[in-house]
Design a binder for this molecule. Structure first.
Ligand code: AP5
Ligand code: MG
Length: 214
C-alpha cells in the first residue's frame, strides 16, 4: 500500500503515519524527520535545510525530490510506504508520479487530515518531538509516561525550533499557498481520502483504517 499524508503543519500527519506504518508493516518516511536528523548530525544537507526550516519556508525541491525517489526504491518499500511531508509542492507531486509511473505503480491513498488553522496554533505550542525516533507527543492530548522522555526510544524530547507561534503562522501561509493545491491533484487521480482531524487521535485513526482495510 502506497500512502501519502496531506494536511497543514500540525494536522497530525506524523502521529497517524506512525500508527499506520505499524499496522500495515510498511515504513514511515518523513522528510521533516530526515532533515531534522541531518541538522542534528551537522551534515551538508542539514546545513542547507536549516535556514529554510527555521524560517518556516519550504526547502527547495531539488534538495528533497531525489532523496525521496531514491528512498522509496529501497527494499523495505517493496510492500509499500507512507510518505509524510512529501510531496509538498506540485512539482514534487509530479516528480513522484513520474517515478512511480516508470515502475507501473501509483499512490493508493492520499490521506488529507483536515484541521482549521485556529486549532493548529494551539496544538503546536504543546507538541514535544523526539529527535531520536521522530515520535511526536502533546503535553495535553498525547502525553508521555515520563515527562520529557520518549515512550518509544527513551531519548529526550525537544520543542521544535519551528514551533514558535510566528513561525507556525508562516508555515500555515506556505501550506495554503504551495501545498493545499495537492488536494485537488490527488482528487483528480481518485486517491484522495479526507478525514476530519479535529477528532481524537484514536477516532481519526479508526476513520482512516476503516477505509484502508476495505
Ligand atoms: P515537517 O516536519 O513535515 O512539518 P509539518 O508539515 O509542518 O508538519 P508537522 O510535523 O509540524 O505536523 P504533523 O502534521 O506531522 O503533526 P503531528 O502529528 O506532529 O516539515 C518541517 C519543515 O521541513 C518544513 O517546514 C520544511 O521547511 C521542511 N520540509 C519537510 N518536507 C519538505 C518537503 N517535501 N519539501 C520542502 N520542504 C520540506 O501533530 C501535531 C501535534 O498535535 C502533536 O503534538 C500531536 O501529539 C498533536 N495531535 C495530533 N493529532 C491530534 C488530534 N487528533 N487531537 C489532538 N492533538 C493531536
Ligand atoms: Mg510531522
Amino acid at each position: 500500500m502506497k500512502i501519502i499524508m496531506l494536511g497543514a503543519p500540525g494536522a497530525g500527519k506524523g502521529t497517524q503515519a506512525k500508527m499506520l506504518a505499524e499496522r500495515y508493516g510498511i515504513p514511515h518516511i518523513s522528510t521533516g524527520d530526515i532533515f531534522r536528523a541531518n541538522i542534528k548530525n551537522n551534515t551538508e544537507l542539514g546545513k542547507k535545510a536549516k535556514s529554510y526550516m527555521d524560517a518556516g519556508e519550504l526547502v527547495p525541491d531539488e534538495l528533497v525530490v531525489d532523496l525521496v525517489v531514491d528512498r522509496i526504491k529501497n527494499k523495505d518499500c517493496m510492500k509499500g510506504f507512507i510518505l509524510d511531508g512529501f510531496p509538498r509542492t506540485i512539482p514534487q507531486a509530479e516528480a513522484l508520479d513520474y517515478a512511480l509511473n516508470n515502475q507501473n505503480e501509483k499512490i493508493d491513498y492520499a490521506i488529507n487530515i483536515d484541521v482549521p488553522d485556529a486549532a493548529i496554533v494551539e496544538r503546536m505550542s504543546g507538541r514535544r518531538a523526539c529527535v531520536g525516533c521522530g515520535a511526536t507527543y502533546h503535553v495535553v492530548y498525547n502525553p508521555t509516561k515520563e515527562e520529557g522522555i520518549c515512550d518509544a526510544c527513551g531519548e529526550k524530547l525537544i520543542l521544535r525550533d519551528d514551533d514558535k507561534p510566528e513561525t507556525v503562522q508562516k508555515r500555515l501561509d506556505v501550506y495554503h499557498e504551495q501545498t493545499k493545491p495537492l488536494i485537488a491533484h490527488y482528487e483528480k487521480k481518485d486517491s484522495l481520502l479526507t478525514v476530519d482531524g479535529t477528532q481524537d487521535i484514536e477516532v481519526v485513526f479508526a476513520k482512516i483504517t476503516e477505509v484502508l482495510d476495505r
